[in-house]
Design a protein. Structure first.
Length: 175
C-alpha cells in the first residue's frame, strides 16, 4: 500500500483551493465602496482629537500628550494628578508602575509599539512612553495604547535612566 495521492485527486484539491481563494477575494471585495476615495483610514491624529490633553512634568520641563478616548485611558485620567518614577532599562521607553491596574476592556493589544505613544502594560500595571523603535516586539498580553505625545518627546528621551514625572490634566498650571 502506498501513501501516494493520485494526480487526479491532487488536481481536484488544488482546484477547490483556488476556487475558495477566488471566492474569498470576490466576497471581500463586495464590502468596498464603489468609490475607493471615500474610504478614509483612521489616522493616529484622528483617534486622539476627542481625547484629554495631559502634561508630563519633568521638574519644570513639560511634555504634552493627548489621551485617546478608550475605557483604559479614561481610567488612567481618573488617577490624575499622579507622580510616577520612570526608568529606562532598554533605551527606547521610559516606564514606571501605576498605583493600580487599568482595565483592558476597550483597549486593543499592541505588540509593536510606536515611538511617541503612551502605553499601559496590563501584566504588571506599568505605564510606558516610547521614544525610540529598536525593532523589538512586546510579548503577550502586549500593551494597551493610552495616548500620543504631542511635544517634548526629546526632553523625555534625554531625561536619563531614572526620572520622576508628574502627570496631570493640561488645565493644571505646572509642577
Amino acid at each position: 500500500m502506498t501513501d501516494a495521492v493520485p494526480v487526479a485527486v491532487r488536481a481536484r484539491r488544488l482546484a477547490a483551493c483556488l476556487l475558495t481563494t477566488a471566492l474569498v477575494a470576490v466576497l471581500g471585495g463586495c464590502s468596498l465602496p464603489a468609490n475607493p476615495h471615500l474610504v478614509r483610514p483612521l489616522s493616529k491624529t484622528a483617534s486622539v482629537i476627542s481625547g484629554m490633553p495631559v502634561v508630563l512634568w519633568l521638574g519644570d520641563r513639560a511634555v504634552t500628550a493627548t489621551l485617546i478616548d478608550t475605557p483604559p485611558s479614561r481610567q488612567f485620567a481618573a488617577m490624575l494628578p499622579l507622580t510616577v518614577q520612570l526608568t529606562d532599562a532598554w533605551g527606547q521607553a521610559k516606564a514606571g508602575p501605576l498605583p493600580r491596574s487599568l482595565t483592558v476592556d476597550g483597549g486593543v493589544p499592541v505588540h509593536d509599539p510606536t515611538p511617541g505613544e503612551v502605553y499601559f502594560r496590563p501584566s504588571n500595571a506599568v505605564i510606558a512612553v516610547y521614544y525610540d523603535d529598536l525593532g523589538q516586539t512586546v510579548p503577550d498580553p502586549g500593551l494597551i495604547r493610552l495616548g500620543v505625545v504631542k511635544t517634548g518627546l526629546d526632553r523625555l528621551a534625554a531625561a536619563g535612566n531614572r526620572v520622576t514625572v508628574r502627570i496631570e490634566p493640561a488645565a493644571a498650571t505646572g509642577p
